[in-house]
Design a binder for this molecule. Sequence first.
Ligand code: URA
Length: 204
Amino acid sequence: RGGGLDDQQIVGDLGELRQAIQGCRRCPLWRDATQGVCGVGPVGARLMIVGEQPGDQEDLAGLPFVGPAGQVLDAALEEAGIDRSDVYVTNAVKHFKHEPRGKRRLHKTPNAGEVTACRWWLDQERTLVRPSLTLTLGATAAFAVLNQKVAVMKTRGEPLPLPDGSRAMVTVHPSYLLRLPDEEARVRERAAFVRDLVKVRALL
Ligand code: URA
């Protein structure tokens, strides 16, 4: 059950959806999270970007991609000439999955069951926003949108058909860029990420 809504019921608008997500009990992740984080952006956005799940800062702010990964994403979007305010930005999973490590809350990757449970919300967002292109960041988002496991590095940068007639594109997650140990790899991989975003822009 999603936030008291019947499985078949489609929520009316994004405000209603945002509220309904707060009541989500479809999987146990709500228990340790501050709040559910709904996507942000205009209804009718041609581009939807899907990340994995809110991080520490997103969980506190209630907004997607406002922490370090969000800064990487914002800068890359700008470089590719895509205005974030035109994009609907969301996550495959709406609650922050983490474990305590001292005073910090350490990100834990959501499992297939959690992603599958949360796909209900992503489907609601997709029904409302109706993007013509959906860009997935990392393996979790690719699995959520394409409904199958995907090798991100092999699949990235190519338009893929979705059952609703729209298209998807797969690329890496900005956190991957942040985790790369050496500067040379970071520069190279960041450039490849921006190249994927330029391809996205050309398809809009
Ligand atoms: N990483 C994500 O996948 N999503 C966010 O909103 C923040 C970090």
